[in-house]
Design a protein around this ligand. Structure first.
Ligand code: APR
Length: 240
């Protein structure tokens, strides 16, 4: 019996074990401060200097900077090492899948990355760490080359997802035998529709999440429990 082709979709819930809060869970960023979502709206970011200044302060202080991969990130890397994992589609911008040992070529960052920042006018790219290091002098950082607005390479609400990421995600969802959604409320589109696509393409959907999602009824299996326990156990099931 050939090994099943496995595609994994992760959300913020896989990084809570690394000290990074999720968005919609009980202690989520949007749960506790709903008004903060404005800092991730692209139109507000472009139009309102105050939104940019507050947003850049948030990126400077983001817990992702000092975080380390969780047990679950490392467990998925073990699955990849065994040649059993096709790809991880992640909505997270913290880079922890790669830090946890997953080859960068097997990680598709659907919502971009915090690692780099680009000028919205000329496209010049630079490390975000360099930009946040200079915030004291430049709280609303502008491009040194053209004066354009700088923004981390994270997909803001109202922005298109990278076309290449969508293509790879659709390919993964339509060719896998098992689609495992980990730590995501499956409430943001177009990424959430990948679960539909996988099921329609004949894959088994497994959902690992502390709270119910709209896709639970389509799942072959729902594992309701702490990700850092459930994911290693699930991985061991495939490795045995
Ligand atoms: N164990 C199990 N489940 C967990 C754990 C945990 N340790 N920690 C969090 N969760 C679950 C929460 O219950 C929640 O349902 O993970 C889910 C995370 O959902 P969201 O906070 O909505 O995160 P996500 O689905 O990644 O959000 C998608 O929305 O805010 C935008 O662009 C942002 O990429 C993000 C997108």
């Amino acid at each position: 019996m050939p090994s099943p082709r496995i595609a994994v979709l992760t959300g913020a819930g896989i990084s809570t074990g690394s000290g990074i809060p999720d968005f919609r869970g009980p202690a989520g960023v949007w749960t506790l401060n709903p008004e903060r979502v404005r800092l991730l709206e692209i139109d507000d970011f472009v139009r309102d200097k105050e939104v940019r200044v507050a947003g850049w302060r948030d990126w400077r202080d983001h817990p992702a900077w000092g975080s380390t991969p969780s047990i679950a990130h490392v467990a998925l890397a073990r699955l990849a090492d065994a040649g059993l994992l096709d790809v991880v589609l992640t909505q997270n911008f913290d880079g922890l899948h790669q830090a946890g040992g997953l080859p960068a070529g097997q990680v598709v960052e659907m919502h971009g990355t915090l690692r780099t920042t680009s000028c919205m006018r000329c496209g010049k790219s630079q490390p975000t760490a360099d930009v946040v290091a200079g915030l004291a002098a430049s709280p609303d950082p502008a491009c040194a080359d053209c004066g354009g607005i700088l923004k981390p390479d994270i997909v803001y609400f109202g922005e298109q997802l990278p076309a290449e990421a969508i293509d790879r995600a659709v390919h993964a969802a339509t060719t896998c035998d098992v689609f495992i959604a980990i730590g995501t409320s499956l409430s943001v589109y177009p990424v959430a529709s990948l679960a539909d696509l996988a099921v329609e393409s004949g894959a088994n959907l497994i959902i690992v999440n502390a709270e119910p999602t709209d896709y639970d009824r389509h799942a072959t299996e729902v594992i309701r429990g702490p990700i850092d326990l459930a994911v290693p156990a699930l991985v061991d099931r495939y490795l045995d």
